[in-house]
Design a protein around this ligand. Structure first.
Ligand SMILES: Cc1cc2nc3c(=O)[nH]c(=O)nc-3n(C[C@H](O)[C@H](O)[C@H](O)COP(=O)(O)O)c2cc1C
Length: 391
């Protein structure tokens, strides 16, 4: 397996992560729902988009920065919330947050992170905070209070998980479904065959409780138990009127994650949220739903400038970021890529990934004649060479 210094692309980080993580954790990270057709579509539809090459345009100055929710980002990218990232590397969320801060991009901390919001905020700058809608509104209120006290600048409310999608790989690996002694034996065998992980994460990365929800889950609960907790505590009765309640508890920028139609985008924008994330949860929820990039243009056209439209799902390079900007996204989020890089090499792995993406974005901007990320638009794509139909 190539060392970190010879890792070039997200596919390489994925291969390293596969060799370093216990099988159960790799399958959890890598997999999607059911047959994983949406997972594949997200990346495939981005890959198929054709850019328009331009030359001889004096590209000596470039501006990759954007303003987003009152923050200046060094490039139009953020790290998406990824549950139990602290099982991929020792205190993983802190390591990733440090690499993100050094690169000038935000990390959005998951509700079900291993590191608590306080731990991440203390170690580096306050992260964006992602929240699921829980049945226990009292506990939600408590989490919002903690995120406010930790100075999190942005709340990302994920609305596409009223129930967890069925993920076949998690059943096959024993991540879900096994109980008691059999679960223990399965975990032990998986861990013992990955000594590097065992030493770095299992022995030196404790505690493995979910930092933000241990209060609800019980201190003894292991990270692997959280899917059962999600199934029991996530609220499927939620409607847009619940946003009023969230608004009354949170007066900083609010972003709704999990929008896939113009109707839902308009509903969110109509309630005055500052941003939406076009997302199908990386193909982990409703398998068969269209790719995010194919849904983006209609959604971007359906809301006004006051609502920032972000996109995630299948974004794997700086080229992909530019394609998404061309179709109306203000910025992209990376899900699996940063988690692969974290598993492959901790904070230095994430730092290297972000440096690579930045240089890919710059090359793509130079070769398409795009001087400013803020000015990227449809003119960057070749209308004569777009795949038909997109999805
Ligand atoms: C292992 C894993 C865990 C995730 N956990 C969360 C989570 O806790 N909260 C959330 O809003 N989204 C979660 N997501 C979804 C990501 O935030 C993001 O929408 C998705 O990964 C983007 O697709 P990509 O992986 O193709 O980049 C998770 C995704 C993965 C792969």
């Amino acid at each position: 397996m190539a060392p970190l210094s010879r890792v070039a692309s997200v596919a390489d980080y994925r291969a390293l992560a596969r060799s370093r993580l216990p099988r159960m954790l790799f399958e959890y990270l890598d997999g999607g729902a059911y047959a994983e057709s949406t997972l594949a579509r997200n990346a495939r539809d981005l890959e198929r988009l054709a850019l328009r090459q331009r030359v001889m345009r004096d590209m000596s100055t470039l501006d990759t920065t954007i303003e987003l929710f009152g923050q200046r980002l060094s490039m139009p990218l953020a790290l998406a919330p990824v549950g139990i990232a602290g099982m991929f590397a020792r205190r993983g969320e802190v390591q990733a947050a440090r690499a993100a801060a050094a690169a000038g991009v935000p990390l959005c901390l998951s509700t079900v992170g291993i590191c608590s919001v306080e731990e991440v905020a203390r170690a580096t700058q306050p992260p964006w905070f992602q929240l699921y809608v829980l049945k226990d509104r009292g506990y939600m209120r408590e989490l919002l209070r903690r995120a406010r006290a930790a100075a999190c600048p942005v709340l990302v409310l994920t609305v596409d998980l009223p129930v967890p999608g069925a993920r076949y790989r998690d059943v096959r690996s024993g991540f879900t479904g096994l109980r008691g002694v059999r679960a223990g034996i399965n975990r032990a065998r998986d861990g013992l065959t990955h000594p590097r992980w065992l030493w770095d994460v299992w022995l030196r990365g404790r505690p493995h409780a979910l930092g933000c929800v241990t209060g609800a889950l019980g201190a003894g609960a292991l990270a692997g138990d959280f899917l059962g907790w999600i199934a029991g505590n996530f609220d499927r009765s939620v409607t847009w009127s619940d946003l009023d309640w969230v608004r009354s508890e949170w007066d900083r920028p609010l972003v709704i994650k999990g929008i896939m139609t113009p109707e839902d985008a308009r509903a969110a924008a109509g309630l005055g949220v500052q941003g939406i994330v076009v997302s199908n949860h990386g193909g982990r929820q409703l398998d068969g739903v269209r790719s995010t990039i194919s849904a983006l243009p209609e959604i971007a056209a359906s809301v006004g400038e006051a609502t920032a439209v972000l996109l995630d799902g299948g974004v794997r390079s700086g080229l992909d970021v530019l394609k998404a900007l061309a179709l109306g996204a203000r910025a992209c989020l990376f899900g699996r890529p940063w988690a692969y890089a974290l598993a492959a090499g901790g904070a230095p792995g994430v730092a290297r990934l972000l440096a690579t993406v930045r240089s890919e974005l710059e090359v793509a901007m130079i070769l398409t004649g795009c001087r400013s990320a803020r000015g990227a638009g449809a003119a960057l794509l070749d209308p004569a060479a777009q795949p038909e139909p997109l999805d």
